[in-house]
Design a protein around this ligand. Structure first.
Ligand SMILES: [Zn+2]
Length: 277
């Protein structure tokens, strides 16, 4: 079994505050340890199931959060940013399943920890074929394009509800119950480690029995990016085939989800660039 792990930070146990997820704070140093512990528990449990290849994609912020020296040496880590297909970069190399750890809800979700969609400072909303999507949806769709089913996800209670509605029969772990955007009733890191060690073999069993399917939304994809500021749309519409829809909204059509994802990523990086000028 070849297993890919994509790990974000907002859904990790204990994480509730911006101080936990922005790298220039003391609290961040604690949060990245919790993140590393969740990944370690998952990869050790995978090793026990006989996994032949485990690759972990560090997928938050600058994507250099994991304390790689604390992970077992049989794990390879996708690290650094920017990179094609961002949070699931390298998934095209051939995997049997993927685990999404520490994921979070899309922007605007009521009472969900640090809800946002790809970039809190630039993106208000992303719609695909009229449906408002989350990072979970987008990354599961890219994985599905490469025939990789998502078998386990961890995050707050709202993210888990969304994941179950998107991918039937997925194994899930609620790391914390959100009381607001920056407050939660969290479980203990050791409890989550234990829950991950129990859930991983169940997830792998489901993959072996083909009880979890790849998530494959049907093309073509009409993508709408709603920015937080019209300046970002002024820049985005300079790209061929990107059309202005409203002051702060641009749209384009892509024939497959990877093409849709890569252009979205490029437009967001451009938007972040103009924000700093
Ligand atoms: Zn993140």
């Amino acid at each position: 079994m070849r297993v890919f792990i994509s790990v974000d930070m907002e859904g990790i146990v204990g994480v509730v505050s911006l101080k936990h997820v922005i790298s220039d704070s003391k609290e961040y140093e604690r949060a990245r340890k919790w993140m590393t512990l969740e990944v370690k528990a998952a990869v050790e449990a995978l090793q026990e199931t006989g996994a032949e290849k485990i690759v972990v994609a560090d997928s938050h912020g600058s994507m250099i959060n994991l304390l790689i020296e604390e992970l077992p040496e049989y794990v390879d880590v996708v690290t650094g940013f920017p990179r094609a297909t961002c949070m699931v970069a390298y998934i095209d190399k051939g995997f049997d399943t993927a685990l999404f750890l520490g994921y979070h809800s899309k922007k605007g979700t009521i009472h969900s920890i640090l809800d946002h969609t790809i970039s809190g400072s630039t993106i208000q909303r992303i719609k695909i074929n009229g449906f408002e999507v989350s990072e979970f949806w987008l990354n599961a769709a890219v994985a599905g394009y490469y025939n990789v089913p998502i078998s386990l996800v961890t995050g707050d209670d709202k993210l888990i509800e969304h994941a179950k509605n998107t991918v039937p029969n997925i194994e899930t772990i609620v790391t914390k119950y959100a009381l607001g955007r920056r407050a939660a009733l969290t479980k203990h890191p050791k409890t989550i480690e234990k829950e991950i060690r129990k859930a991983v073999p169940k997830a792998i069993e489901k993959v072996k029995k083909k009880q979890v399917a790849s998530f494959k939304p049907q093309p073509p994809f009409n993508v709408e990016l709603e920015f937080t500021d019209s300046t970002m749309a002024d820049v985005a519409e300079l790209i061929p085939n990107v059309k202005r829809i409203q002051g702060n909204i641009v749209g384009y059509t892509a024939q497959d989800i990877v093409e849709a994802y890569k252009l979205m990523e490029a437009l967001i990086i451009m938007a972040i660039g103009i924000l700093k000028r």
